[in-house]
Design a protein around this ligand. Structure first.
Ligand SMILES: *Cc1c(COP(=O)(O)O)cnc(C)c1O
Length: 358
């Protein structure tokens, strides 16, 4: 079968080395003679996987032992509940920005547990830009933002000065795509299935000093971060397969280097945005300064051509280009594992389609 170019937003493309290692481990995991999906998560071979995946996260993000790294279940969506549940006590306020569907969902859940102050929103223009210039009230328990808005294609390259308010960020769709100062954050979380692995596990990074600010609330055991930290992500059976694939993806990222990864991601995004801006048939939908390198949203100026263009692309093995059902149009996700050659094939298709319609 000829190569399929996977522009899907998530679950998404993974490095071939991670897929090959997974296929092999499904047959024989670490020389045990057993499949990865039939071994005990308490076996020494599997404990080594969780330990290595955890260490790789720390290595890539340059984190020391002041941070705990967890692989949990329930997706990024469960973090929308766990964060306010763990940190908001009676009368506490958390501050959020509303920059898209996922941010809105985080806000909705936080309201179940405390006061929520939405200091900034870009809903007025269908989330096509990032709000800037807001201030974060110093009495807030934490400030929550979304670094990359997967559905709309906006990405934060600068984070606001929080004046001592703990910074919490949903990085589901751009973690490990570029270097950043992780020590500025008190908590980072990311569903694996966008840029670090398959569906089924969620990376959670917590600064230990932030954990100490939680207060004395009673929290259900499975939703209590302290329990998961104490048990090294193994309080209950972890997502054995998903964490294994994450470990291999993280090995691949570390070997390339996060700086080199960013350069590749910049090249891919520039290639596609340049064509969107040049081609008379297409327009970008996002404020230029806020354009995401991970999710590129664009439309056909004549919407009648949309279905035809998507079919035209599929015939060239370019898949996953349909925009999210809530916004329509097109979206090309350019996660780490997507090669620049795939972006070039898409750009060629856009140019060919332009000639066809001329
Ligand atoms: C996909 C996504 C989510 C939801 O992730 P689940 O793992 O499906 O719960 C949350 N936030 C962002 C930014 C996402 O891209």
């Amino acid at each position: 079968m000829s190569k399929v170019h996977n522009f899907s937003a998530g679950p998404a493309i993974l490095p071939q080395s991670a897929i090959d290692a997974s296929v092999a481990a499904l047959q024989d995991f670490a020389g045990t003679g057993l499949s990865l999906i039939e071994v005990s998560h308490r076996s020494k071979e599997y404990e080594a996987v969780v330990a290595e995946a955890t260490q790789l996260v720390k290595d890539i993000l340059k984190l020391d032992d002041n941070y705990a790294v967890l692989f949990l279940q329930g997706g990024a969506s469960l973090q929308f509940d766990m964060i306010p549940m763990n940190w908001l006590n009676e009368g506490d306020t958390a501050v959020y920005t509303n920059t898209g569907v996922w941010a809105s969902r985080a806000i909705k859940e936080a309201k179940l547990f405390g006061n929520v102050n939405v200091v900034a929103s870009s809903e007025d223009k269908n989330f096509s830009y990032l709000p800037k210039g807001y201030t974060i009230p110093s009495e807030a328990k934490y400030f929550h933002c979304t670094s990359n808005n997967t559905i709309y294609g906006t990405e934060m390259f600068n984070f606001p000065e929080t004046n001592g308010v703990p910074l919490v960020c949903d990085m589901s769709s751009d973690i490990f795509s570029r270097p950043f100062d992780a020590t500025k954050f008190d908590m980072i979380y990311a569903g694996a299935q966008k840029n670090m692995g398959p569906a089924g596990t969620t990376l959670v990074i917590i600064k230990k000093s932030f954990l100490e600010t939680r207060g004395t609330k009673k929290i259900p055991t499975m939703l209590d971060y302290a329990v998961h930290i104490e048990n090294g992500s193994m309080y209950n059976t972890p997502s054995v397969f998903a964490i294994f694939v994450c470990m291999h993806t993280l090995r691949w990222i570390k070997a390339i280097g996060i700086e080199a990864m960013e350069n590749l991601n910049i090249s891919k995004a520039n290639l596609l945005y340049t064509e969107i801006d040049r081609n008379t048939l297409f327009s970008g939908t996002v404020a230029k300064e806020d354009r995401s390198r991970m999710n590129v949203n664009f439309v056909l100026n004549n919407t009648e051509f949309e279905t035809e263009f998507i079919k035209f692309c599929e015939a060239k093995n370019l898949v996953g280009l349909k925009g999210h059902r809530s916004v329509g149009g097109l979206r090309a996700s350019l996660y780490n594992a997507l090669e620049i050659e795939s972006v070039q094939v898409l750009v060629n298709a856009m140019q060919e389609f332009e000639k066809l319609k001329a």
